[in-house]
Design a protein around this ligand. Sequence first.
Ligand code: C5P
Length: 402
Amino acid sequence: MGHLNNRRVLLAVCGGIAAYKSAELVRKLQDSGAEVRVIMTRGAQEFITPLTLQALSGNTVHHSLLDEEAERGMGHIELARWADLMLIAPATADCMARLAAGRADDLLTTVALATSAPMLLAPAMNQQMWKDLATQANLATLVERGMHFAGPDSGEQACGDIGPGRMLDPVAIAESAASLFKSGALAGQRVVITAGPTREPLDPVRYISNHSSGKMGYALARAAIDAGASVQLVSGPVALAVPDRVNCHSVGTAQEMLDVCMTLLEDCDIFIGCAAVADYRPLSACEQKIKKSSQEMSLQLTRNPDILASVTSHIAKPFSVGFAAETENLREHALGKLERKGLNMIVANDVSDSSIGFNSENNAALLLWREAEGNGELNVEQCSKDVLAGIIISKIAHLRRA
Ligand code: C5P
């Protein structure tokens, strides 16, 4: 069965006898990993109650365009933006006609116009209504506009007729929905990612840190979500919004980052250490602000724990990926780190080029990994951090499958 992990499906139910199958469809979509919200037309509520679909979906059912209360909760535009897929099942002949005409006089048709998400329709109607030239013309219009169709199935109908017009089985509809999304490369995988810098306090107002922006780690979190993984992001202080659907744990020091990572290891299949962890911290942080006195002053530093090395030496060692920022002998130093830190893969950056890497939008990298036949490598030319993140996640998924 395909998957819908991290996908938000807006299921719109129209008024036809097949509406009773929508309850099972909600379940099948959820079994595939989707979060489901439901819209019901007035007709649909004659066949199945909103309460049933509310209980199954775990979300309030939306049915009115002009309900102030509902619009305050999640309005039609928010619903339209929320959806990764709008699925209309059953889609009646009337619904198809109204969509083809571009109407916006109820919640379903308004959201259908307002959403940029792909749309999938599972038609259900009497076989003669399906064959009618008007319905077929509407079908052609909707297909031409890019809408997808699942079914209808053929066979005995509720009205006693035999022919095409039965709503497709809910399992097949859920499959069809899943097939619209390309990458499920990390479906069901639990990924922990560290990102950003750490801050090592000197006194209550000062700290030692670095220029890491966290952009690469956050891009990796987005790419992993896109590939169907569940993502825990352990982030040092950065000025970035937490990506949608990512669980973020904010930390300050390397020790705090280590503590959080260790608690997340129990439920982790893949660990990506992308953070620029401070190698040293002040031996002791002063409780009061340090006063200026003599001309010179020395700081005594002590080594911070190596988070990646702690992860790879842990009993529950996940598939581990590290980063290596180097100013010379990129390949050689990165290979050394791959071995020394017991990693499965390392992403090496040449940080001597200031146009890429730290704090920039772009990056270039050499990916090195271990596989059964020895080491493999891939050189990725300068590209956006989002593109590089996609390449890294695909490579991880490939190695995991192998
Ligand atoms: O040894 P080096 O610091 O160059 O290694 C970089 C890699 O190790 C990065 O993946 C970084 O996130 C990780 N690291 C760590 N804990 C440290 C230092 C680095 O997890 N204390």
